[in-house]
Design a protein around this ligand. Structure first.
Ligand code: KG4
Ligand code: ZN
Length: 361
């Protein structure tokens, strides 16, 4: 079964073709980073307009390069939420128009649920291989025929808009266990980068600068770690970085390469430790020993490396970086499992900015 995926929830326009819910035939991603960089963050109106310009040409290219037409796909999977409402509407309405014109079912998919599904996608391209860490050791080749994880597993979603722990009981069956009470982890990376004048998005820049830094130089707080609940909070950590920036001055920090690296590394380590300690608490509570770390922040090199140090008694899976960032492959992949009950194109389907993960469709 061939599903065409459409993803437009934030600042990436993406179109993909996925076979039988797992095999990536193609996965096109057009990033809008350059468009939003000068504003220091995503401008919703500009994002929607860019999706409108890009989406149809990308669908055409995706089908043409695969040597097929819309008639050859079995269904269309589209992100219905959560995300920026204007951006979501472009994908939802385009998906419905295509589905109606070609007589294909249109399957709505929850974006966060899509991220949680990303570890299961496979490709002939080695760049799409997930990282697997078990009991502190890398074992990337230990992947069963059904994927690197077995249900139920724990999902840690870390992106620009979300930081949550979710018990994944099956494709489309989720229980939210905890989430951030203020900033998302990616938002914290972006805001700290802004304080240091490092540009947008901040995550990749901090990741790069932190590589030569001393993680212990600044003893930043590990928020919420001593509370029994599974919620996160990152705004206090950002304020702690702000107070160092105020004390030392941005110019002085920027002029001292080592100081900048140490500051980035210390901040990144605080985020990393909180994420893994909370994930461990969640796994202990649920007696679960498998963890998927997904979302844009899961691209972070220290977080990927630190899984072996912080999570000893469990298996941790990171999808390839392209599948951690927003992409349509994860949407089309999950749509395959959500296809029941979507016989004809439902023209009443609507986008929903705050769609909770407990409603996967
Ligand atoms: O999942 P994503 O592409 O979009 C959302 O759904 O939000 O995540 C984007 C977020 C941004 O905040 C970006 O700074 C962060 O992921 N990010 C990173 C890295 N790469 C992207 N954060 C830390 N380290 C990275 N290498
Ligand atoms: Zn996302």
């Amino acid at each position: 079964m061939l599903i065409l995926g459409i993803e437009t929830s934030c600042d990436e326009t993406s179109v993909a073709l996925i076979e039988d819910g797992r095999f990536i035939r193609s996965n096109y991603i057009a990033s809008q980073i350059k468009l939003h960089a000068e504003f220091g963050g995503v401008v919703p109106e500009l994002a929607s307009r860019a999706h409108i310009q890009k989406l149809i040409p990308m669908v055409e290219e995706c089908l043409a390069k695969a040597g097929i037409s819309l008639c050859d796909v079995d269904a269309i999977g589209v992100t219905r939420g959560p995300g920026l409402i204007g951006a979501l509407l472009v994908g939802v309405e385009t998906g419905k128009a295509l589905g109606f014109a070609a007589g294909k079912p249109v399957i709505p998919v929850n974006h966060v649920a899509g991220h949680l599904y990303a570890p299961f996608l496979v490709s002939d391209d080695p760049g799409y291989k997930p990282i697997v860490v078990d009991g502190g050791k890398r074992c990337d080749d230990q992947i069963g025929p059904d994927g690197p994880l077995v249900y139920p597993y724990m999902g840690l979603i870390v992106s620009g808009g979300h930081t949550s722990l979710v018990a994944v009981k099956g494709p489309g069956i989720y229980e939210l266990l905890g989430e951030t009470v203020d900033d998302a982890a990616g938002e914290a990376f972006d805001k700290v980068a802004k304080l240091l004048d490092l540009g947008y998005p901040g995550g990749p820049v901090i990741d790069r600068l932190a590589k030569t830094g001393n993680r212990r130089r600044f003893p930043f707080p590990r928020p919420m770690l001593h509370q029994k609940n599974l919620d996160f909070s990152f705004s206090g950590l950002k304020t702690a970085v702000l107070s160092v920036v105020r004390d030392l001055g941005v110019e002085a920090i920027r002029a001292d390469e080592q100081l900048l690296a140490d500051l980035c590394a210390s901040f990144q380590e605080a985020v990393t430790e909180v994420l893994f300690r909370k994930a461990e608490m969640a796994m202990k509570q649920r007696r679960c020993r498998e963890l998927a770390v997904v979302g844009g922040v899961a691209c972070n090199s220290r977080i990927r490396e630190a899984a072996a140090e912080y999570v000893r008694g469990a298996r941790v899976v990171f999808p390839a970086p392209t599948l951690c960032a927003d992409n349509a492959a994860m949407i089309a992949g999950l749509a395959f499992h959500m296809r029941d009950g979507h016989g004809a194109c439902d023209l009443t389907m609507n986008a929903e900015a705050d769609l909770p993960v407990s409603r996967p469709s």
